[in-house]
Ligand binder design. Structure first.
Ligand code: MF3
Ligand code: CO
Length: 248
């Protein structure tokens, strides 16, 4: 069941989204060779709590940390730990916060120092996939239009989109209906209506689309070991067009 949000609720979600943006900014400023992924987790958690919010991932189905930190061939849900980032890594950071009962959810992939041209292209194209999806997140368009925007841009650049994980509705719960796949056909699927709020989150692999989950039961990696990138925003569908809630 899709829960539609009023303009007042969307305003509350903007506040949660701002906290998520702040945490991602601070984590991004801290990323450098030698920092551990657990140190990044601490920075995000401090930022979220200082804003009066709570990290929504912590304890979610037993998840042990405040953020997900996924390095190189890790796609999503990497658990922070004592791994040190190294020059040339790419690192996907996913942050969720809940403030006054409403959730924000956003992710970005960062470069650690100088990275390969393939890594740079993968990050750029994945972010472009997210922007293309947001551009079509308009009343009267469909979930298939969003998926098609992501898939067509990724594949025309020689990359592939992950199918085993999808975006989602978001509101009083981090995960609500509908599922928001990163693949699809124009005009297919549910029609977008004012008051829908979606976490749109393309995960794009440099190689093939297959993923598997490691024995920690969380970390998803590419099956072929290829690099993966992840960008996500929480986006409200309004009569005036898409509104990105996880930006200032
Ligand atoms: N941000 C992720 C998503 O978009 C959720 C992280 S799963 C958690 O679905 F367990 F870490 F919370
Ligand atoms: Co999400």
């Amino acid at each position: 069941m899709i829960v539609f949000k009023s303009p007042a609720e969307i305003e509350l979600m903007r506040r949660a989204g701002f906290v998520v943006w702040q945490a991602l900014e601070r984590v991004g400023q801290a990323i450098r060779p030698g920092i551990t992924t657990l140190e990044l987790d601490a920075i995000a958690e401090e930022t979220i709590r200082a804003a009066g919010a709570e990290p929504s991932f912590k304890g979610y189905h037993g998840y042990p940390a405040s953020i997900c930190v996924s390095v190189n061939e890790q796609v999503i849900h990497g658990i922070p730990g004592d791994r040190k980032l190294a020059e040339g890594d790419i690192v996907s950071v996913d942050v969720g916060a809940v403030l006054d009962g409403y959730h924000g959810d956003s992710a970005r992939t960062f470069a650690v120092g100088a990275v390969s041209s393939l890594a740079r292209k993968l990050m750029r194209v994945t972010e472009e996939c997210l922007m293309a999806a947001i551009e079509v997140a308009r009343v009267g368009m469909t979930l298939g239009d969003i998926g098609y925007a992501v898939q067509s841009h990724a594949e025309s650049n020689g990359f592939s989109v992950v199918r085993d994980f999808v975006g989602h509705g978001i509101g009083r719960h981090m995960h609500e209906d509908p599922a928001v796949p990163n693949y699809g056909r124009p005009g297919q699927g549910r029609r977008l209506r004012p008051g829908m709020v979606l976490a749109i989150e393309p995960m794009v692999n440099a190689g093939s689309h297959g993923v598997e989950v490691l024995s920690d039961n969380w970390t998803a990696v590419t099956r072929d070991g290829s690099l993966s990138a992840h960008f996500e925003h929480t986006v409200a569908i309004t009569e005036n067009g898409p509104v990105v809630l996880t930006l200032p």
